[in-house]
Design a protein around this ligand. Structure first.
Ligand code: PMP
Length: 412
Protein backbone atom coordinates (compact mmCIF):
# COMPACT_ATOMS: atom_id res chain seq x y z
CA UNK A 1 0.00 0.00 0.00
CA UNK A 2 0.97 3.60 -0.43
CA UNK A 3 2.76 3.36 2.87
CA UNK A 4 1.69 6.51 4.63
CA UNK A 5 -2.07 6.67 4.48
CA UNK A 6 -3.34 9.60 6.49
CA UNK A 7 -6.68 8.28 7.73
CA UNK A 8 -8.05 11.77 8.14
CA UNK A 9 -7.38 12.79 4.53
CA UNK A 10 -7.15 9.89 2.22
CA UNK A 11 -5.97 10.48 -1.33
CA UNK A 12 -8.30 8.05 -3.07
CA UNK A 13 -6.41 8.36 -6.34
CA UNK A 14 -3.27 7.15 -4.59
CA UNK A 15 -5.28 4.30 -3.07
CA UNK A 16 -6.54 3.33 -6.50
CA UNK A 17 -2.94 3.23 -7.74
CA UNK A 18 -2.32 0.38 -5.27
CA UNK A 19 -4.46 -1.86 -7.52
CA UNK A 20 -2.37 -2.84 -10.56
CA UNK A 21 -5.24 -4.38 -12.51
CA UNK A 22 -7.20 -1.14 -12.54
CA UNK A 23 -4.73 0.39 -15.00
CA UNK A 24 -5.79 -2.14 -17.67
CA UNK A 25 -7.57 -1.41 -20.85
CA UNK A 26 -10.45 -3.57 -22.03
CA UNK A 27 -11.62 -3.44 -25.63
CA UNK A 28 -9.37 -0.46 -26.20
CA UNK A 29 -10.96 1.54 -23.36
CA UNK A 30 -9.77 2.18 -19.81
CA UNK A 31 -11.32 -0.49 -17.60
CA UNK A 32 -14.21 0.57 -15.37
CA UNK A 33 -14.50 -2.32 -12.91
CA UNK A 34 -17.98 -2.29 -11.38
CA UNK A 35 -18.15 -5.96 -10.41
CA UNK A 36 -16.63 -5.98 -6.95
CA UNK A 37 -19.60 -7.80 -5.42
CA UNK A 38 -18.60 -10.70 -7.65
CA UNK A 39 -14.96 -10.54 -6.69
CA UNK A 40 -12.85 -7.64 -5.51
CA UNK A 41 -9.56 -6.46 -7.02
CA UNK A 42 -6.33 -6.95 -5.10
CA UNK A 43 -3.83 -4.36 -3.94
CA UNK A 44 -0.16 -4.91 -4.80
CA UNK A 45 0.60 -5.70 -1.15
CA UNK A 46 -1.65 -8.77 -1.28
CA UNK A 47 -0.25 -9.95 -4.62
CA UNK A 48 3.32 -9.44 -3.34
CA UNK A 49 2.60 -11.28 -0.08
CA UNK A 50 1.36 -14.35 -1.94
CA UNK A 51 4.32 -14.13 -4.35
CA UNK A 52 6.78 -13.79 -1.48
CA UNK A 53 5.31 -16.80 0.31
CA UNK A 54 5.87 -19.06 -2.70
CA UNK A 55 9.30 -17.58 -3.47
CA UNK A 56 10.73 -17.66 0.04
CA UNK A 57 8.66 -19.51 2.63
CA UNK A 58 6.64 -22.22 0.91
CA UNK A 59 6.14 -25.25 3.19
CA UNK A 60 3.18 -27.05 4.71
CA UNK A 61 1.70 -25.88 8.00
CA UNK A 62 1.55 -27.64 11.39
CA UNK A 63 3.65 -30.60 10.25
CA UNK A 64 7.34 -30.03 9.67
CA UNK A 65 9.73 -28.87 12.38
CA UNK A 66 12.12 -27.36 9.87
CA UNK A 67 12.52 -23.59 9.54
CA UNK A 68 10.33 -23.14 6.48
CA UNK A 69 7.62 -25.23 8.15
CA UNK A 70 7.57 -22.98 11.18
CA UNK A 71 7.68 -19.83 9.04
CA UNK A 72 4.66 -21.03 7.07
CA UNK A 73 2.77 -22.04 10.22
CA UNK A 74 3.57 -18.78 11.98
CA UNK A 75 2.46 -16.68 8.99
CA UNK A 76 -0.72 -18.73 8.55
CA UNK A 77 -1.65 -18.45 12.23
CA UNK A 78 -0.74 -14.75 12.24
CA UNK A 79 -3.26 -14.28 9.42
CA UNK A 80 -5.92 -15.97 11.57
CA UNK A 81 -5.08 -13.59 14.43
CA UNK A 82 -5.32 -10.53 12.14
CA UNK A 83 -8.62 -11.68 10.70
CA UNK A 84 -10.03 -12.37 14.17
CA UNK A 85 -9.03 -8.86 15.28
CA UNK A 86 -10.61 -7.36 12.16
CA UNK A 87 -14.04 -8.81 13.03
CA UNK A 88 -13.60 -8.71 16.82
CA UNK A 89 -13.71 -12.40 17.72
CA UNK A 90 -11.40 -14.87 19.45
CA UNK A 91 -8.94 -16.49 17.03
CA UNK A 92 -9.77 -20.01 18.25
CA UNK A 93 -13.35 -19.51 17.10
CA UNK A 94 -12.35 -18.73 13.53
CA UNK A 95 -12.28 -21.68 11.15
CA UNK A 96 -10.35 -20.79 8.00
CA UNK A 97 -11.89 -22.26 4.86
CA UNK A 98 -12.43 -21.63 1.17
CA UNK A 99 -15.17 -19.04 1.70
CA UNK A 100 -18.80 -18.48 2.57
CA UNK A 101 -20.15 -21.48 0.68
CA UNK A 102 -17.87 -23.85 2.55
CA UNK A 103 -18.49 -22.09 5.86
CA UNK A 104 -22.28 -22.37 5.61
CA UNK A 105 -21.98 -26.02 4.63
CA UNK A 106 -19.96 -26.67 7.80
CA UNK A 107 -22.88 -25.31 9.84
CA UNK A 108 -25.39 -27.26 7.77
CA UNK A 109 -23.67 -30.62 8.07
CA UNK A 110 -22.00 -30.38 11.48
CA UNK A 111 -24.53 -28.36 13.42
CA UNK A 112 -27.94 -28.67 11.75
CA UNK A 113 -27.91 -32.19 10.32
CA UNK A 114 -27.46 -33.98 13.67
CA UNK A 115 -30.00 -31.73 15.42
CA UNK A 116 -32.95 -31.09 13.16
CA UNK A 117 -35.90 -33.45 12.93
CA UNK A 118 -39.36 -33.60 11.32
CA UNK A 119 -41.47 -30.72 12.58
CA UNK A 120 -38.50 -28.34 12.82
CA UNK A 121 -38.16 -25.38 10.48
CA UNK A 122 -35.30 -23.38 8.99
CA UNK A 123 -36.16 -19.74 8.40
CA UNK A 124 -34.52 -17.91 5.48
CA UNK A 125 -35.09 -14.53 3.91
CA UNK A 126 -36.19 -13.87 0.35
CA UNK A 127 -32.92 -12.12 -0.40
CA UNK A 128 -30.51 -14.99 0.39
CA UNK A 129 -27.79 -16.04 -2.02
CA UNK A 130 -28.04 -19.67 -3.14
CA UNK A 131 -25.13 -20.41 -0.77
CA UNK A 132 -27.50 -19.67 2.13
CA UNK A 133 -30.43 -21.60 0.63
CA UNK A 134 -29.25 -24.80 -1.02
CA UNK A 135 -27.28 -26.24 1.96
CA UNK A 136 -30.45 -25.83 4.06
CA UNK A 137 -32.57 -27.55 1.45
CA UNK A 138 -30.17 -30.49 1.50
CA UNK A 139 -30.35 -30.61 5.31
CA UNK A 140 -34.16 -30.30 5.23
CA UNK A 141 -34.42 -33.22 2.81
CA UNK A 142 -32.35 -35.43 5.08
CA UNK A 143 -33.90 -34.44 8.40
CA UNK A 144 -37.55 -33.87 7.49
CA UNK A 145 -37.32 -30.22 8.54
CA UNK A 146 -39.04 -27.58 6.41
CA UNK A 147 -37.91 -24.25 4.96
CA UNK A 148 -39.82 -21.06 5.77
CA UNK A 149 -39.29 -17.77 3.98
CA UNK A 150 -39.39 -14.25 5.42
CA UNK A 151 -40.48 -11.81 2.74
CA UNK A 152 -39.19 -8.42 1.70
CA UNK A 153 -41.04 -5.28 0.69
CA UNK A 154 -41.01 -4.05 -2.90
CA UNK A 155 -38.12 -1.64 -2.28
CA UNK A 156 -35.94 -4.54 -1.14
CA UNK A 157 -36.17 -4.04 2.62
CA UNK A 158 -36.54 -7.06 4.86
CA UNK A 159 -40.03 -6.97 6.40
CA UNK A 160 -39.03 -7.18 10.05
CA UNK A 161 -42.58 -7.59 11.37
CA UNK A 162 -43.10 -10.53 9.06
CA UNK A 163 -39.69 -11.93 10.01
CA UNK A 164 -40.43 -11.79 13.75
CA UNK A 165 -43.88 -13.30 13.21
CA UNK A 166 -42.25 -16.13 11.29
CA UNK A 167 -39.99 -16.88 14.30
CA UNK A 168 -42.39 -19.51 15.63
CA UNK A 169 -41.39 -22.26 18.11
CA UNK A 170 -40.72 -24.78 15.30
CA UNK A 171 -37.95 -22.56 13.89
CA UNK A 172 -34.56 -23.81 15.04
CA UNK A 173 -32.32 -21.81 12.76
CA UNK A 174 -32.39 -18.51 10.88
CA UNK A 175 -30.19 -17.81 7.85
CA UNK A 176 -29.90 -14.12 7.01
CA UNK A 177 -27.57 -12.14 4.83
CA UNK A 178 -25.89 -9.11 6.36
CA UNK A 179 -25.84 -7.26 3.01
CA UNK A 180 -27.72 -8.37 -0.11
CA UNK A 181 -25.47 -9.06 -3.10
CA UNK A 182 -28.29 -8.06 -5.48
CA UNK A 183 -30.13 -5.20 -3.78
CA UNK A 184 -27.35 -3.81 -1.63
CA UNK A 185 -29.76 -3.78 1.32
CA UNK A 186 -28.01 -3.72 4.69
CA UNK A 187 -30.02 -5.79 7.15
CA UNK A 188 -30.14 -4.85 10.85
CA UNK A 189 -28.56 -8.16 11.83
CA UNK A 190 -27.82 -7.13 15.40
CA UNK A 191 -31.49 -6.51 16.14
CA UNK A 192 -32.55 -9.60 14.16
CA UNK A 193 -30.12 -11.86 16.03
CA UNK A 194 -31.27 -10.45 19.37
CA UNK A 195 -34.89 -11.29 18.52
CA UNK A 196 -33.93 -14.78 17.33
CA UNK A 197 -31.87 -15.43 20.45
CA UNK A 198 -34.80 -14.47 22.69
CA UNK A 199 -36.77 -17.24 20.98
CA UNK A 200 -33.96 -19.82 21.16
CA UNK A 201 -33.32 -19.70 17.39
CA UNK A 202 -29.71 -20.13 16.22
CA UNK A 203 -28.55 -17.57 13.67
CA UNK A 204 -26.28 -17.91 10.64
CA UNK A 205 -25.28 -14.57 9.15
CA UNK A 206 -23.87 -14.46 5.63
CA UNK A 207 -21.29 -11.69 5.77
CA UNK A 208 -19.92 -12.06 2.21
CA UNK A 209 -20.99 -8.59 1.12
CA UNK A 210 -20.61 -6.88 4.47
CA UNK A 211 -16.91 -7.29 5.22
CA UNK A 212 -15.70 -5.56 2.05
CA UNK A 213 -17.74 -2.45 2.82
CA UNK A 214 -18.31 -1.98 6.53
CA UNK A 215 -16.85 -2.23 10.01
CA UNK A 216 -18.13 -5.63 11.13
CA UNK A 217 -18.07 -6.52 14.82
CA UNK A 218 -19.29 -10.10 14.98
CA UNK A 219 -19.32 -10.17 18.77
CA UNK A 220 -21.60 -7.12 18.85
CA UNK A 221 -23.93 -8.71 16.28
CA UNK A 222 -24.52 -11.57 18.70
CA UNK A 223 -25.14 -14.30 16.11
CA UNK A 224 -24.29 -17.97 16.48
CA UNK A 225 -22.44 -18.32 13.18
CA UNK A 226 -20.96 -15.75 10.79
CA UNK A 227 -19.64 -16.79 7.37
CA UNK A 228 -17.51 -14.76 5.00
CA UNK A 229 -15.34 -14.90 1.97
CA UNK A 230 -11.87 -13.37 1.49
CA UNK A 231 -11.89 -12.69 -2.24
CA UNK A 232 -14.47 -9.92 -2.02
CA UNK A 233 -12.43 -8.05 0.62
CA UNK A 234 -9.18 -7.63 -1.35
CA UNK A 235 -7.96 -11.15 -0.49
CA UNK A 236 -7.16 -14.11 -2.75
CA UNK A 237 -9.84 -16.48 -4.02
CA UNK A 238 -10.41 -19.69 -2.06
CA UNK A 239 -10.12 -17.94 1.30
CA UNK A 240 -12.59 -17.07 4.02
CA UNK A 241 -13.82 -18.17 7.39
CA UNK A 242 -16.57 -19.42 9.58
CA UNK A 243 -16.90 -17.85 12.99
CA UNK A 244 -18.89 -19.89 15.49
CA UNK A 245 -19.48 -19.63 19.22
CA UNK A 246 -16.98 -21.71 21.19
CA UNK A 247 -19.69 -23.95 22.63
CA UNK A 248 -20.95 -24.80 19.15
CA UNK A 249 -17.48 -25.64 17.85
CA UNK A 250 -16.87 -27.86 20.87
CA UNK A 251 -20.16 -29.73 20.42
CA UNK A 252 -20.13 -30.06 16.63
CA UNK A 253 -18.65 -33.17 15.00
CA UNK A 254 -16.03 -32.48 12.31
CA UNK A 255 -17.30 -31.74 8.81
CA UNK A 256 -14.42 -33.41 6.96
CA UNK A 257 -11.98 -35.99 8.25
CA UNK A 258 -8.28 -36.27 7.44
CA UNK A 259 -4.90 -34.94 8.39
CA UNK A 260 -4.38 -31.79 10.49
CA UNK A 261 -7.71 -32.15 12.31
CA UNK A 262 -6.70 -34.97 14.64
CA UNK A 263 -4.71 -35.48 17.85
CA UNK A 264 -4.39 -39.23 17.55
CA UNK A 265 -5.62 -41.80 15.07
CA UNK A 266 -5.99 -45.50 15.84
CA UNK A 267 -7.97 -47.97 13.83
CA UNK A 268 -10.33 -48.35 16.78
CA UNK A 269 -10.95 -44.63 17.15
CA UNK A 270 -9.65 -41.12 16.57
CA UNK A 271 -9.17 -38.21 18.94
CA UNK A 272 -9.93 -34.97 17.15
CA UNK A 273 -7.92 -31.81 17.47
CA UNK A 274 -9.38 -28.81 19.27
CA UNK A 275 -11.30 -26.14 17.35
CA UNK A 276 -10.65 -24.48 15.01
CA UNK A 277 -8.27 -27.17 13.68
CA UNK A 278 -10.94 -29.85 14.11
CA UNK A 279 -12.69 -28.24 11.15
CA UNK A 280 -9.62 -27.72 8.96
CA UNK A 281 -8.89 -31.15 7.52
CA UNK A 282 -6.12 -31.44 4.95
CA UNK A 283 -3.64 -28.91 3.64
CA UNK A 284 -5.33 -25.51 3.69
CA UNK A 285 -4.96 -22.58 1.29
CA UNK A 286 -1.83 -21.40 3.10
CA UNK A 287 -0.63 -18.73 0.68
CA UNK A 288 -4.19 -17.51 0.16
CA UNK A 289 -4.88 -16.97 3.83
CA UNK A 290 -1.52 -15.29 4.36
CA UNK A 291 -2.56 -13.04 1.47
CA UNK A 292 -5.88 -12.45 3.20
CA UNK A 293 -3.91 -11.35 6.26
CA UNK A 294 -2.22 -8.75 4.03
CA UNK A 295 -5.67 -7.68 2.77
CA UNK A 296 -6.76 -7.14 6.38
CA UNK A 297 -3.64 -5.04 7.00
CA UNK A 298 -4.52 -3.01 3.94
CA UNK A 299 -8.15 -2.41 4.92
CA UNK A 300 -7.15 -1.70 8.51
CA UNK A 301 -4.71 0.96 7.36
CA UNK A 302 -7.44 2.56 5.23
CA UNK A 303 -9.92 2.33 8.09
CA UNK A 304 -13.29 0.71 7.39
CA UNK A 305 -15.08 3.87 8.54
CA UNK A 306 -13.29 5.71 5.70
CA UNK A 307 -14.22 2.94 3.27
CA UNK A 308 -17.86 3.24 4.33
CA UNK A 309 -17.86 7.01 3.92
CA UNK A 310 -16.14 6.86 0.52
CA UNK A 311 -18.54 4.24 -0.79
CA UNK A 312 -21.58 6.16 0.51
CA UNK A 313 -20.40 9.14 -1.57
CA UNK A 314 -19.88 6.98 -4.65
CA UNK A 315 -23.31 5.37 -4.18
CA UNK A 316 -25.03 8.75 -3.92
CA UNK A 317 -23.35 9.85 -7.15
CA UNK A 318 -24.19 6.60 -8.91
CA UNK A 319 -27.86 6.85 -7.87
CA UNK A 320 -27.99 10.43 -9.06
CA UNK A 321 -26.62 9.49 -12.50
CA UNK A 322 -28.79 6.42 -12.90
CA UNK A 323 -32.05 8.06 -11.87
CA UNK A 324 -31.48 10.61 -14.67
CA UNK A 325 -31.50 7.90 -17.32
CA UNK A 326 -34.88 7.48 -18.93
CA UNK A 327 -36.18 3.92 -19.00
CA UNK A 328 -33.75 2.75 -16.32
CA UNK A 329 -35.22 1.13 -13.23
CA UNK A 330 -33.23 0.45 -10.07
CA UNK A 331 -34.15 -2.82 -8.37
CA UNK A 332 -33.63 -2.37 -4.64
CA UNK A 333 -34.00 1.07 -3.14
CA UNK A 334 -33.88 0.32 0.58
CA UNK A 335 -32.81 3.16 2.86
CA UNK A 336 -29.67 1.42 4.14
CA UNK A 337 -27.62 0.24 1.21
CA UNK A 338 -24.09 -0.71 0.29
CA UNK A 339 -22.73 0.45 -3.08
CA UNK A 340 -24.45 -2.32 -5.03
CA UNK A 341 -27.06 -1.29 -7.59
CA UNK A 342 -29.14 -3.69 -9.67
CA UNK A 343 -30.95 -2.17 -12.59
CA UNK A 344 -32.94 -2.85 -15.73
CA UNK A 345 -33.13 -0.80 -18.89
CA UNK A 346 -36.36 -0.81 -20.86
CA UNK A 347 -36.00 -2.69 -24.12
CA UNK A 348 -32.59 -4.18 -23.31
CA UNK A 349 -31.89 -7.65 -22.02
CA UNK A 350 -29.53 -7.55 -19.05
CA UNK A 351 -26.94 -9.75 -20.84
CA UNK A 352 -27.04 -7.61 -24.00
CA UNK A 353 -26.62 -4.51 -21.89
CA UNK A 354 -23.63 -5.99 -20.03
CA UNK A 355 -22.05 -7.11 -23.31
CA UNK A 356 -22.44 -3.68 -24.90
CA UNK A 357 -21.07 -2.02 -21.77
CA UNK A 358 -18.08 -4.37 -21.86
CA UNK A 359 -17.32 -3.16 -25.37
CA UNK A 360 -16.90 0.26 -23.77
CA UNK A 361 -14.59 -1.10 -21.09
CA UNK A 362 -17.25 -1.28 -18.36
CA UNK A 363 -17.47 -4.52 -16.37
CA UNK A 364 -20.84 -5.14 -14.71
CA UNK A 365 -22.45 -8.45 -13.91
CA UNK A 366 -25.69 -9.54 -15.51
CA UNK A 367 -27.82 -12.53 -14.59
CA UNK A 368 -29.61 -13.93 -11.57
CA UNK A 369 -26.70 -13.27 -9.20
CA UNK A 370 -27.22 -16.66 -7.53
CA UNK A 371 -30.50 -15.40 -6.11
CA UNK A 372 -33.29 -17.08 -8.12
CA UNK A 373 -35.97 -16.59 -5.41
CA UNK A 374 -35.28 -12.86 -5.42
CA UNK A 375 -35.54 -12.71 -9.23
CA UNK A 376 -38.89 -14.55 -8.96
CA UNK A 377 -40.07 -11.96 -6.43
CA UNK A 378 -39.36 -9.13 -8.87
CA UNK A 379 -40.68 -11.15 -11.81
CA UNK A 380 -37.45 -10.85 -13.81
CA UNK A 381 -35.00 -13.43 -15.13
CA UNK A 382 -31.98 -11.24 -14.73
CA UNK A 383 -30.71 -7.80 -13.79
CA UNK A 384 -27.56 -5.84 -14.49
CA UNK A 385 -25.60 -5.05 -11.38
CA UNK A 386 -23.05 -2.32 -10.82
CA UNK A 387 -21.13 -3.01 -7.63
CA UNK A 388 -18.52 -0.53 -6.49
CA UNK A 389 -15.63 -0.46 -4.10
CA UNK A 390 -13.62 2.34 -2.51
CA UNK A 391 -11.09 2.16 -5.39
CA UNK A 392 -13.68 3.31 -7.92
CA UNK A 393 -13.90 6.97 -8.88
CA UNK A 394 -16.51 9.63 -9.62
CA UNK A 395 -15.12 9.85 -13.17
CA UNK A 396 -15.82 6.16 -13.66
CA UNK A 397 -19.43 6.68 -12.58
CA UNK A 398 -19.78 9.35 -15.25
CA UNK A 399 -18.16 7.13 -17.88
CA UNK A 400 -20.55 4.35 -16.88
CA UNK A 401 -23.62 6.59 -17.15
CA UNK A 402 -22.46 7.89 -20.55
CA UNK A 403 -21.94 4.27 -21.69
CA UNK A 404 -25.53 3.39 -20.71
CA UNK A 405 -26.84 6.43 -22.62
CA UNK A 406 -24.88 5.23 -25.66
CA UNK A 407 -26.27 1.70 -25.37
CA UNK A 408 -29.82 3.05 -25.10
CA UNK A 409 -29.36 5.03 -28.32
CA UNK A 410 -27.91 1.99 -30.02
CA UNK A 411 -30.84 -0.19 -29.01
CA UNK A 412 -33.52 2.41 -29.71
N1 PMP B 1 -23.36 -15.03 -0.17
C1 PMP B 1 -23.35 -13.86 -0.81
C2 PMP B 1 -24.28 -12.76 -0.34
C3 PMP B 1 -22.50 -13.66 -1.89
O1 PMP B 1 -22.51 -12.49 -2.55
C4 PMP B 1 -21.64 -14.71 -2.30
C5 PMP B 1 -20.71 -14.55 -3.48
N2 PMP B 1 -21.33 -14.10 -4.64
C6 PMP B 1 -21.68 -15.91 -1.57
C7 PMP B 1 -22.55 -16.04 -0.52
C8 PMP B 1 -20.81 -17.07 -1.94
O2 PMP B 1 -19.48 -16.76 -1.72
P1 PMP B 1 -18.33 -17.75 -2.22
O3 PMP B 1 -18.65 -18.06 -3.66
O4 PMP B 1 -17.09 -16.96 -2.07
O5 PMP B 1 -18.38 -18.95 -1.35
Amino acid sequence: MSAQIDKARIDWNAVRADFPLLTREVNGKPLVYFDSANTGQKPASVIETVDDFYRRHNANVSRAVHTLGSEATDAYEAARTKLAGFVNVHRDELVLCSGTTFAINVVAYSWALPRLKPGDAILLTRMEHHANIVPWQLVAERTGATIKVAEITRDGTLDLDALYKAMTPDVKLLGVTHVSNVLGTINPVREICREARKRGIATVVDGSQALPHRCVDITAIGCDFYAFTGHKMCGPTGTGALWARKEHLAAMPPFLGGGEMIKEVRFDGTVFNDAPHKFEAGTPNIAGHIGLGAAVDYLDALGMANVEAREAELLAHLNEELTRIEGLRIVGTARDKAAVVSFLVEGAHAHDLATLLDLQGVAVRSGHHCAHPLMHFYGVAATCRASLAFYNTHDEIETFAAAIHKVRKLLA
